[in-house]
Unconditional design. Structure first.
Length: 162
């Protein structure tokens, strides 16, 4: 069985997820300045008010999304700084899932394993495209939500079903 995960509430492995559920804890927490958002600048209890959010917190991962061992996955530093944190985290979690299976790596590497990912969030792409005159050469692949499964296939040499 392959298992790997990242969840709000400090969950970085399946055992921690079980503990979170068994202890009936929540991954919700109030925003703080270090969350890359000024909570006082956007909160308003009226959700219909333009430019505001009616929440003072969210379900956020606790680890820094910028922490990523790009060389482990065969990427250059310039490429890694542009790719969406969702791509980074998916690579880490999928690798950890394979690792936790107990199977030798040779059983997976180059195998006909399919990777299917559903994703809809493109906020990182919007941030990267703010200055079109200063676009990175890795922006097209690094910010596309449609490439996450391909990124995993390439990095882990998974050939997909035929």
């Amino acid at each position: 069985m392959l298992l790997g995960c990242r969840w709000p509430g400090g969950v970085t492995n399946p055992s921690q997820l079980w503990d979170l559920l068994a202890e009936k804890r929540s991954g919700y927490r109030r925003f703080k300045e270090s969350d890359r958002i000024n909570p006082d600048g956007f909160y308003h209890p009226n959700g219909q008010r333009s430019g505001c959010a009616p929440t003072e917190g969210a379900y956020l991962l606790q680890e820094d999304p910028k922490l990523f061992d790009h060389s482990f996955f065969g990427m250059t530093a310039p490429e890694a700084t542009v790719i969406d944190p969702q791509q980074r985290k998916m690579l880490e979690v999928v690798y950890e899932a394979f690792e936790s299976s107990g199977e030798p790596w040779d059983n997976f590497y180059g195998s006909k394993t399919g990777v299917f990912v559903g994703n809809f969030n493109f906020d990182h792409s919007l941030m990267q495209s703010r200055d079109i005159d200063d676009a990175s050469p890795y922006s097209a692949t690094g910010t596309s939500v449609s490439i996450i499964s391909n990124r995993i296939n390439y990095a882990l040499n998974l050939q997909g079903p035929r």
